[in-house]
Write a protein that binds this ligand. Sequence first.
Ligand code: MRU
Length: 382
Amino acid sequence: MSDYKQSSINNDTKSMLKATILDYDTVTLDDKSHAMVIIDQTQLPNKIEILSLTKQTEIWDAIYLLKVRGAPAIGVAAAIGIYLAAREITATDYDTFYEKFRKASDYLNSSRPTAVNLSWALKRMEQVVIANRDQPVKDIVAALHDEALAIREEDIKVCHAIGTYGLSLVNPGDGLLTHCNAGQLATIRYGTATAPMYLGHEQGYNFKIYCDETRPLLQGARLTSFELSSAGMDVTVLCDNMSASLMRTGAINAVFVGCDRVAANGDTANKIGTSMAALAAKRYGIPFYVCAPTSTIDMSIETGAGIVIEQRKPEEVTSMWYEKPMAPKGVKVYNTAFDVTDADLITGIITEYGIAYPPYDKAFKEIFMKKQIHDTVIEILG
Ligand code: MRU
């Protein structure tokens, strides 16, 4: 270990953060006002702003603008969003209702392309419509309400299970690096990449957590360091281009990241900069784990080459965080929001049904088999 110095958050800030973050949900449904309620993540960490969204355009914007973000949270937002759209449909015959439902679903699905949880949740909601086609429309809408809440509740259990598997891979006192925000703010509770951190923290593991700041939208600096330090963890923020040098010092024992879509061969799309961290981890012999709910594994895509990668506005790179633009006006900007980490750089992919190790196509088949057995048992037990 080197004598690397940390700048830590002071205690007053810690207690303030704890009081604020724990009081609010990432995304939830308010049945009284028929609204999707979110904490606006674009305002964090400086301002806690709770938004109550009722219109489909507001929900679409919230996803596109990253007010609600992170693959699992986007899935939950889509499920709640499409339920709210369905209850606005006035048609009482199934065919017209279904047609309008599909239109609203396609609209929400167009808000962001990479996180598969968006289309996964919308497809799951559509299955509810189809399965209840013989019921009156009002009963279909009631079933959609329950399914949206079930998707939300399941996310908590899934993240907890990922946390338990992840925690089995590390030791008390370890230095853990993470990239972007795959935390509570990206899910409903625990996060995916942060779940082992939360569970270890509860058990006194005293991890040293390092958060890549995550250019250009700073999810690591603004969100991950915010939520983990508010939970009382030892957190250090670093610029993305510092992680290789930190790994070289021996300060990092494992890297945990989330993902937006995993292809059948294990290639993984996650926030831009993830693959750089994976390459450096490989060089320094540090295990690199991807935390992936099965809802994020897309077996219909063979390799990472088939994953659509979101491109975003140049201003996010050139001027968004600055008083004055930091690049000449009109310069070409490469602002790709995600990258693909090759499967051979990934030590293991942690799901709620266990840890997949290479070769991933075979491991995923076993994971999905376990899921199917689990789902069948639940169905039988009612
Ligand atoms: O653009 P974002 O902030 O939605 O990107 C989020 C990520 O890349 C996360 O790592 C991923 O969605 C997993 S969240 C559990």
